[in-house]
Design a protein around this ligand. Structure first.
Ligand code: NAD
Length: 353
């Protein structure tokens, strides 16, 4: 049975980097068929909507979605509800993507790109699993109102145990496939919601005897991520803490053009995209780094299709081109060879062989 991938190139550098990822997938001759659709600004230009019905249908039909990026100055003046970013929120919500996986891998060849000392980050390989559809970002009641003559802002931090359990399972499974260490991050000393979070994680642990579960308070986790990030394997946390910690972890690597991500639903269907945006400043110049998108495609093979060997082959090929000294402009250093988007993609294809 062929796997159906909905491809959404999007805007800016999106089409350029997605083309390279598809090139790499094609070179593996896997049983995949593609269906291309429009999202973001490209969809607005063609249909007036950032997430048109045809795209919704294609995304629902697919086994996985591969996305470039959306947005750009051309659409910044539109009312908020019609902007490209709404397309992204729309598809995430529509597909019920509750688990966000963000690996932060620092290839040893790029250790000097990090703001941290090379010995602290070289060889870093962690994954942050962030709950994506709950927590204080969605909790009700919320608002700003006048009480006793002054304005009061309020939000509700809330998690059901079923929501904690399903993200916990994704995290334990992820840890099981890697270094078998899971650190759950909470603030149980102050917040009851996260006391429940910790309790549910502990209840799950006996089902995964091969994984070592530890807990850390979020303030300490923020500190440990810059002090000694290599102590972590997989981190699991709620929506708000995950928002902050995943950006912190991303910056440990120093190169945004290298970072993939996955957002999964309960059946393992996922949306795969680079962590960066549409980079309108370099769009159309053939200089964008396609590696984050290529690595996102590898995540797709692993998480949605269970094709671990093919995923690992792509990751080894990316490593190999970095070891050969090939660099796009964003990761270029003196003594390495500057290449464009297509040349980088072709080098990864060559390294697959
Ligand atoms: P950005 O990530 O697009 O760019 C930030 C900087 O990083 C730019 O200098 C850019 O040239 C560089 N950069 C990003 N990706 C690169 C790559 N692959 N290779 C080389 N350099 C790269 O962030 P921004 O400038 O804040 O946002 C631009 C647009 O992207 C906005 O419209 C924003 O809303 C949108 N955006 C979309 C997503 C998404 O689709 N998931 C995420 C973030 C931002």
């Amino acid at each position: 049975m062929k796997k159906r991938v909905c491809v959404l190139p999007g805007d800016g550098i999106g089409p350029e980097i997605v083309a390279e990822a598809v090139k790499v997938l094609d070179a593996l001759a896997l049983p995949i068929e593609y269906e291309y659709a429009l999202l973001g600004g490209a969809a607005i230009d063609a249909t007036g909507e950032p997430y048109p019905e045809a795209t919704r249908e294609a995304a629902r039909r697919a086994d996985a979605v591969l996305l470039g990026a959306v947005g750009g100055p051309k659409w910044d003046e539109l009312p908020r509800a019609q902007r490209p970013e709404r397309g992204l929120l729309g598809i995430r919500k529509d597909l019920g993507l509750f688990a966000n996986l963000r690996p932060a891998v620092l290839f040893p060849e790029l250790a000097s790109a990090s703001a941290l000392k090379p010995e602290v980050v070289s060889g870093l390989d962690i994954v942050i699993v962030r709950e994506l559809t709950g927590d204080i970002y969605f909790g009700e009641p919320r608002g700003i109102e006048v009480r006793d003559g002054e304005r009061v802002g309020f939000n509700t931090m809330i998690y059901r145990e079923s929501e904690i359990r399903r993200i916990g399972r994704v995290a334990f499974e992820t840890a099981r496939r890697r270094g078998k260490k899971l650190c759950s991050v909470d603030k149980m000393n102050v917040l009851e919601t996260t006391q429940l979070w910790r309790d549910v994680m502990n209840e799950l642990a006996p089902e995964y005897p091969d994984v070592t579960l530890t807990h850390m308070l979020v303030d300490n986790a923020a500190m440990q991520l810059v002090r000694a990030p290599k102590q972590f394997d997989v981190i699991v946390t709620g929506n708000m803490f995950g928002d902050i910690l995943s950006d912190e972890a991303a910056m440990l690597t120093g190169s945004i053009g290298m970072l993939p991500s996955a957002s999964l639903d309960e059946q393992g269907k996922g949306l795969y995209e680079p962590c960066h945006g549409s980079a309108p400043d370099i769009a159309g110049q053939g200089v964008a780094n396609p590696l984050a998108t290529i690595l996102s495609a590898a995540m797709m093979l692993r998480h949605s299709f269970g094709w671990e060997e093919a995923a690992a082959r792509i990751e080894r090929a990316v490593r190999a081109v970095l070891a050969q000294g090939l660099r796009t402009r964003d990761i270029f250093e003196p003594g390495t060879r500057l290449v464009g988007t297509a040349e980088m993609g072709e080098a990864v294809v060559a390294a697959l062989r």
